[in-house]
Design a protein around this ligand. Structure first.
Ligand code: PAF
Length: 286
C-alpha cells in the first residue's frame, strides 16, 4: 500500500494510481480499524478497480475534548490491515494540512443533521460534513463507502454530496456485528468485560422493538418499553431511542413502508449508537 502524508504528494500519487478505465473507491476512516472497516474496503474492491483509504482523527467532529483525547490511535496496525485488505493508497493528513490556521469554512447541513446525534453532540455533523467534503474534493473518487452503523452520518453525507454537486456515488454498507449482535465500533474496546457483555442489550432491544412495531403494537409504547429495557440491562443513560423516516430522520408516529430505529445510550461511561431497518427481513444477526 502506498502511504501518503502530504497533501502536495496526493495529486501525483492518485494520477499515477489511476490508469485509463480505472475507477477509484474511497473509504474514509478515523483509524482504529476493526473488521467493520475492512468490510468497507472489501466492498470498495468489489466495486472499483482502485481503492484508497484515509486515516484522520478529525478534531472538528469531536464536541468533547476528552473524547478526542481518548480516541484510540494505532497507525502501524491500521496500515498493515489496509495493506492486507488490498488497499492501494492510504492518505494520512496531518490536522494542519486539512485545517490551516486561517481555516474559516464550515459545511453545515440543515434538517437531517439537527436531531438525534446532532442534538446531543453540537457541532459534530458540521465537523463530519466539512471533513468529508474536503476529503472527497481532494481525492475525487468515483464512489465513497461509509458504514450504516452511523446512519445519520450517512444521511448527512448524502446531502452534502447532493447539495454541493460533488458527483461521487455515496454508498452505505451494512453494519458488521459481533457474535452477540453488538455493532463493531472502536469504542467497544473502552468497555470493561462486564459492560461489554451487558452492551449486547442494545442490538437485542432494537431487534425486539423492530418485531413489536412490525406486529402493530403502538409505537410510543414500544419505544418507552425499549428505553426502560436498556436501563434495566445496565445502561446508565438513553439519549434517544426513536423510530424515524430513514432519509429525513424525522420521527414517525405511525407505521410506514420504510422505517429505521435509532438509538444512543451510555454504558460504563461509553456512549454507543446503533440502528436497525424496520422491515420483516432485517434482523440484528446478519
Ligand atoms: O465515520 C467516521 O469514521 C468518520 O466520521 C468519517 C466519516 C471518517 C469522517 O471523519
Amino acid at each position: 500500500v502506498q502511504i501518503i502524508r502530504e497533501l502536495g504528494a496526493l495529486k501525483a500519487a492518485l494520477a499515477a494510481l489511476r490508469g485509463a478505465g480505472d475507477t477509484l473507491a474511497l473509504v474514509p476512516t478515523m483509524g482504529a480499524l476493526h473488521p467493520g472497516h475492512l468490510a468497507l474496503v472489501a466492498e470498495a474492491r468489489r466495486r472499483a478497480t482502485r481503492v484508497a483509504a484515509t486515516i484522520f482523527v478529525n478534531p472538528l467532529q469531536f464536541n468533547d475534548a476528552g473524547d478526542l483525547a481518548r480516541y484510540p490511535r494505532q497507525e502501524e496496525a491500521d496500515l498493515a490491515r489496509l495493506d492486507e485488505a488490498g488497499c492501494d493508497l492510504v492518505w494520512l493528513p496531518a490536522p494542519g494540512q486539512l485545517y490551516p490556521q486561517d481555516f474559516a469554512t464550515n459545511v453545515s447541513v440543515r434538517g437531517v443533521s439537527e436531531r438525534w446525534e446532532g442534538e446531543h453532540r453540537p457541532g459534530h455533523f458540521d465537523g463530519v460534513a466539512t471533513v468529508v467534503a474536503k476529503l472527497l474534493l481532494a481525492v475525487r473518487p468515483d464512489l465513497a463507502i461509509f458504514g450504516e452503523k452511523d446512519w445519520q452520518q450517512l444521511a448527512v453525507i448524502r446531502r452534502v454530496e447532493r447539495d454541493l454537486g460533488l458527483v461521487v456515488a455515496i454508498l452505505g454498507h451494512a453494519t458488521v456485528r459481533e457474535e452477540d449482535g453488538l455493532a463493531m465500533s472502536s469504542r467497544n474496546a473502552l468497555l470493561s468485560p462486564e459492560h461489554r457483555r451487558q452492551a449486547a442489550a442494545l442490538p437485542r432491544t432494537l431487534d425486539e422493538a423492530r418485531q413489536r412495531v412490525l406486529s402493530g403494537e403502538p409505537i410510543d409504547v414500544v419505544l418507552d418499553d425499549s428505553r426502560q429495557a436498556l436501563l434495566v440491562a445496565g445502561f446508565s443513560e438513553v439519549d434517544y431511542l426513536a423510530l424515524v423516516d430513514p432519509d429525513s430522520l424525522e420521527p414517525l408516529q405511525s407505521p410506514h413502508d420504510r422505517m429505521r430505529l435509532l438509538a444512543a445510550a451510555t454504558i460504563g461511561g461509553v456512549r454507543l449508537i446503533d440502528n436497525l431497518g424496520v422491515t420483516s427481513e432485517q434482523q440484528v444477526r446478519q
